[in-house]
Design a protein around this ligand. Sequence first.
Ligand SMILES: [Zn+2]
Length: 317
Amino acid sequence: MVSVTFLAAVLLLNSSSQGLSDLITKDDNSAERGRRQGVGYPEMVCGPLGPNEHFSYNPVASDGVDKWWWQWKCCGGKLQSPIALDRRAARCLTASTPLYTGPPLLLAKLYNTGHDVQVTVVQAVSPVQLRNVGQTDLWSRYTLDNVHIHFGNQYSRGSEHVIDGQAFQAEMHLVHYNDKYGSLEQAMVHRDGLAVIAVTVSTERGDLNTHWADLLLAISTLRGSGESSAVPFQLMPDRLLPVRRDLFYYRGSLTTPSCSETVQFMVMEHPLLISAAMLQMLWSLPSDVPGVPISRNTNIRPLQPDNGRTVNTNFFC
Ligand SMILES: [Zn+2]
C-alpha cells in the first residue's frame, strides 16, 4: 500500500533571488533548498493575516484576487498555487504516499467565513498525525488544522488545480502544520511548515464516501456568513480521502493570502463524488455580502505559472 519509493530529484538550476531576500528566512537556507528541489527559485515566506486584513475574489474589488500581490508580497512569488498538473510532464514514482497514524477522532467546528466553509479542529480526542509527507521530510509529523472546500458556480470549473487539462467541480483542502512548530501560524513561515492534501471533487466519477457525505450534510445546515455549527462535527480525515491515493506532489503556496510559499502540496488524482444537489448547496452558501452567495465570485484562485517546478507522482504515469 505505502509507497516510499523516492528518487533524488537533484537539478542544479540557476538561482534567481531577484531582491526577495528580505522575505526569505535566513535560518533555513531556503535558496539552497530551492535549487535542490529543482525549481530555481527560493521560497517567499509570509506570516498569517492580521485581524483587520481582508481579501476577496471579486475581480473589480481593490482587494480582489488579481491584486492580492499588491498587499501581500508572497502572492506575487514564483512558487504559487494552484497550478496545472500534467502527468506527461511529471516525474513518476518519485513521491511518497502520505499516511495518517493513530485511531483518529477529532472534534471540529464548522464555520462560514464569508468566502468558504472552514472545518476547524477544536479538540483532538484521539490525535491523528500525517506521516510520509513529501520527499525530504518523510520523518516529520503533521497535524490537521482545518478542512475547507473551494468551488465555482458552474460545472466547467470548481477546482483550483487542473489535472491533464481537466477541471473538477470542487476541491477539498486538508491543511496540516508540522508538529515541531506547534501551530499553523507558527509553521507557515518555515519551509517545511505546511502540508496540504487537495482532493478533487466530481459530479461525474469518483468515490461515494459516507464520511464526505456526512460532512456535506453538516455544511448544509449552516445558514449565514459568520455562523458556526452548534454541534461539533466528528472529523476522521483518513476516511475523507479517496480509496485510491494516487497523487501529484509539488512545492507551492497557500492559495489565499498571505500566499506563503511553505506548502508541500499533494493533489489526489482520483476524485470524490458529489451529487448535483450537494454542489448546488455549496453554490448557495451565503458570503459576507448580504444577499450574495460565495459562488457569485467563486472561491477559486486562478492558475499560477509553474515556473519550471518539478511535479512528482507516487504512481506510474
Ligand atoms: Zn484551500
